[in-house]
Structure formats: C-alpha cells, structure tokens
Design a protein around this ligand. Structure first.
Ligand code: HEM
Length: 519
C-alpha cells in the first residue's frame, strides 16, 4: 500500500513538473527560423556584435530569414531579431511589457544612478518624462540656436589655422558636441573643464569597447540575481569602474549647478536659456508630479552621455559621406549661402533647407547611430506581425507567442533598410529620396521622418530635436567655410561601439579628413 502511494505521488509530481515545463516552453521562439549557431558559448553574437562592416551580418540575416527571426546569444540563449513595423510598434508602445535587460539596467544604474531617464521604469519613468518633455520642446530647443552657432563657430575658428592639413574630424566632432551639450543643456562649459572631459572620455572609451570578453561579461551580468544591483551600484566589477567614477564626478558638478540655478530662481533672476535652468523653473511650479533634487541631478550624466556621443557620430557620418562627394558639398554650400543671404529673422530656420535636411535624414537612415537596442518580455505576450512567418515545422504564424523573459533585439538599422518601407533602393545612400517629401511608406514609427533611429513610443529619445538642430547648425557653419576630402590611403568601415563609428584597419575610431578653408 505504501509503495503504491509512493509511486502515485512520484508520478503526480513528475506530471506536474512536465506540465509546468511544457507550459513555459510552449512559445514560438524556438520554431522560428534563423542562422545556425556558431558555438554554445557565444551563439551568433561574435558575428553580430564584432563583425565588420557592422550591419552586414544582420542585413544578411534579414534578407535570408525575414523581418522576425531567431538567433542565439551566449550559453545557447535564444533571441528574436525584430524589424517588422507592426511588431516594433507593439513592442515600443508597451514599455512595461518589454523592459530593458538586467545588464543594461545595471550599467545605467552604475553610470547615472536611480531616477535617471535611462534607468527609471514604470510610473517613475512616466512621471519624470512628463516633467522633462516640455524642457525639450521645439521652442526651448530653438532658443538654443545662438549657443549652438557659437560652438560651431569656435570649431571653425580652431580650423582656420590648420587649413590644408589632415584633421581627425572624429575627435573634433566629439569636442564640439560636448561643448554643445554642456552649454546648451547644462549651462556650463564641460568641454573646457579638463577633469570632467577626461572622466567623460574614459567612460565613453570603456562603454565603446567590444570584445569576446565584454560580450561574455554582459551575459554574466544579465544572469546575476536582481538583488546584487544595489551592491554593484557602488562596488562594480572593474570594467564598470569608469562608469562609477564618472557618476561621482557628474554628481558633484550637477549639485553645484543645480544649487546655483535654484538660488537664481529664488532671487527672481532672469533664468539662463540652458535646458536645465528651464527644467528647474518649470519643476518649481509643479505639485504632485515634481522631480526631486536627486532625480534632476541624475539627469545631468544621462543627458551628457545620451546626447554627446550619438550626435557627434551623426555629424561624423555626414562629413564622411560629404568628403567623398564634392558635388554634394557644392550643392549644400549653395543652399546654405542662399539661405543666409535671404534670412531676415534673428535665427535662420534650418528646417527650411531641403538638401541639408535630406542629407541628415539619409545619414540617420543609412548609418543608424544606434543600430539596435534590446528588451525582455516581462510577461507572457503575443506580438502581432505585418507578414506571416513559416516555422521550421511548416506552421504559419500570424503572431508570435513569447514567454516571460524572452530577449528581443529591436533591429533599428534593419528597419531602416526595409524595401517594403523605403523602396527597392533602400540599400543605396540617396539623399534625393527625401527631396520630394517623406521617403517612407506606411504608418510612422519614430518621432522624426518615420525613422527609427530615435526609437518610438514612451521611451523615444527625448533629445531628438536638440540632436537635429546641433547637426544642422554645425554642418551649415562648416560647409560655408571649408571643403572636405578623404585621403586616398584611408580605408574606414562602420563598427558597432554602442553607437556606430568609423574604424581604420587597427580598429581605431577615426575620421581623418583633409580640411581646406574656402577663399
Ligand atoms: C542623433 C542623435 C541621437 C540618437 C540617434 C539617439 C538615439 C536614441 C535611442 C535609440 C534611444 C532609445 C534607447 C533605448 O531605450 O534603448 C534614446 C534614448 C534617449 N536619448 Fe537619444 N539619441 C540622440 C541624441 C540625444 C540627445 C541630443 C539627447 C539629450 C540631449 C538624448 C537623450 C536621450 C535620453 C535621455 C534617452 C532616454 C529616454 C527614455 O528612456 O525616456 N539623445 N536616444
């Protein structure tokens, strides 16, 4: 009798475990076609993350396996790669269902602290966004035009004395972008603050490093229990140390700047134009949704990192393209001369220069500054598709069922090469596609020109207007005064370093251009 009872209990337990296992593995991911895995340890990540030129791997997968396919990450983990517009809209409009991965969250926490826009989630994120969105309104950003023009003029003055030589335009764009973010957003010359600039450079260099070790480190960080984050925030592993150092550096500076801005407000002094002064003023008027001092403070580092590197690299790619196309330089210069000659307002309306904006949009489409980002499903869910998928067993899926905890790669660069959205010439760099209005077919995804480069939904890039204005202003200043050419012996290709950067044969981020002053 005892034996029968024991066996019955064992069978019952086994059945419960089996049902549980079947129920958690019943989603569609494993049956979706994708590239064969290269190894259990790295899956397909080495070719995806380190492959050169960056983008070649995922564009190849997309044309072979379609807009939604499966690939492998470290330790045999399966992930979905998504560029299907319908699926992307669903993922982006549900930020509490598709959350950031633990390793991204840990990095954001170490680098920026609690309440940073890049780290906050759920209701805290919604509240902070609702307070900060007006800070980046079209009017507030447009009011920064003179500050951005000054940063661009400082650069062109520095270049006067080196005209005729080959300059590392990559470094120069990063310096100018740091000046623009510092003076336009913080109201402080962080570019001239050597200790800050050095600590920032250290952080960017650490973040940009990609290797077998960083890929593995990322996979391990993602598997640590959530409770370890509060310890690692202040005692991070060595590779995250520059992030902590920079958080401390930014925190001290931000406290000083915020105290000054708050005191100016209290004394009724006319606020400066910088966006943090605007935020301090607007936040003081609020009651229930107010941001705390600590929350505002933690946005300083967030904005520096999110705003400097991305915009600088956008400028880098536009100048890379122009340096090989003198006829586009002439066309742009002609348009800019004309616009300045005709302008009678205090600011030039840069949005009204068709070729300038066509070049910027095409660069953001073709050289997507942030080529991809990732999310994890926080719950079981079903992703709708715009085109059906045929699984490895021949089943046709009109939607994809996902278990909780599934990784989804948001394939920004792939979406921006979809022939169904951009036309048969999607793989050509062609500014003229923007000259007759919008270039994309279908409903809009992102905030700007139907591009996904600034993402979409509630976690859309908050600084996209600032990025566009900075790019417009710097390009106009430079093209009025200089010509650019790529030396014959320089060979560069795009590489993934969180953002997309040009690298030489040694893997160094670099853009050496011959810069000549126009008579
Ligand atoms: C061409 C330049 C830029 C590009 C391509 C870009 C791209 C992006 C992308 C793709 C995201 C979403 C990341 C994710 O959730 O995984 C993002 C978020 C963000 N960006 Fe930008 N960005 C640019 C410039 C800027 C600038 C100039 C600023 C600030 C001045 C800025 C501030 C932010 C912030 C704070 C977030 C987090 C928003 C949130 O989660 O609510 N970005 N950006």
């Amino acid at each position: 009798m005892g034996i029968i009872l024991g066996v019955t209990l064992l069978v019952a337990c086994f059945t419960v475990i089996l049902i549980f296992k079947l129920s958690i593995s019943r989603d569609d991911v494993s049956s979706i076609p994708g590239p064969p895995s290269k190894s259990w340890l790295f899956g397909n990540l080495l070719e995806f993350v380190l492959g050169l030129p960056s983008g070649k791997t995922e564009f190849g997968w997309m044309s072979k396996y379609g807009m939604v396919h499966r690939f492998k990450a470290c330790f045999g983990q399966e992930r979905l790669m998504v560029s299907d517009p319908t699926a992307l809209r669903y993922i982006l409009s549900n930020p509490t269902l598709f959350v950031k991965s633990p390793s991204h969250q840990l990095i954001n926490l170490v680098a920026f602290g609690e309440g940073s826009l890049l780290h906050a989630k759920g209701e805290v994120h919604s509240r902070i966004r609702s307070v900060m969105n007006p800070m980046f309104s079209a009017a507030n950003v447009r009011a920064l035009t003179p500050i951005l023009e000054k940063a661009a003029q400082d650069l062109s003055e520095r270049w006067e004395s080196v005209s005729g030589s080959v300059i590392d335009v990559y470094r120069a764009m990063h310096n100018t972008s740091l000046q623009a973010v510092g003076e336009g957003i913080m109201g402080h010359d962080i570019h001239g603050d050597t200790a800050f600039a050095a600590s920032y450079a250290n952080l960017v260099n650490s973040a940009a490093k990609r290797s077998n070790a960083t890929i593995l480190g990322d996979a391990i960080l993602s598997r640590l229990p959530a409770a370890t984050a509060s310890i690692l925030k202040n005692f991070p592993p060595p590779e995250l140390r520059p992030f902590l150092d920079h958080r401390k550096m930014t925190s001290a500076l931000a406290t000083r700047l915020l105290n000054t801005k708050t005191e100016a407000l209290r004394l009724g002094i006319e606020p400066e134009k910088d966006l943090f002064s605007v935020l301090v003023g607007e936040n003081a008027e609020l009651s229930s949704s107010k941001m705390t001092f600590e929350e505002i403070k933690n946005q300083f580092g967030t904005i520096t990192v999110a705003g400097e590197d991305t915009t600088a690299n956008t400028l880098v790619w536009v100048l890379f393209v122009l340096s090989q196309n003198p006829q586009w330089q002439d066309q742009l210069r002609e348009e800019v001369y004309q616009a300045f000659a005709d302008n009678s307002d205090s600011f030039l309306d840069y949005d009204r220069l068709p070729f300038l904006n066509a070049l910027i949009k095409e660069t953001l489409r073709f050289y997507s500054t942030v080529p991809h980002t990732e999310r994890i499903s926080a719950e079981e869910t079903v992703i709708p598709l715009s085109e059906p998928i045929t699984t490895s067993t021949g089943k046709v899926l009109n939607e994809v069922k996902l278990n909780k905890g599934r990784y989804v790669t948001i394939a920004i660069a792939c979406y921006q090469r979809l022939t169904s959205v951009w036309g048969a010439d999607a793989n050509e760099f062609k500014p003229s596609r923007w000259m007759q209005g919008e270039a994309a077919q279908g409903a809009s995804l992102g905030p700007y020109a139907n591009l996904l480069c600034f993402l979409g939904g509630p976690r859309t890039c908050i600084g996209w207007r600032f990025a566009i204005l900075e790019t417009q202003v710097v390009l106009c200043e430079l093209i009025r005064k200089f010509t650019f050419s790529l030396p014959d012996d320089v060979h560069l290709q795009p590489a993934y370093a969180i953002t997309l950067v040009p690298v030489d044969g040694d893997g160094k981020s670099y853009l050496p251009l011959r810069v000549d002053r126009l008579e």
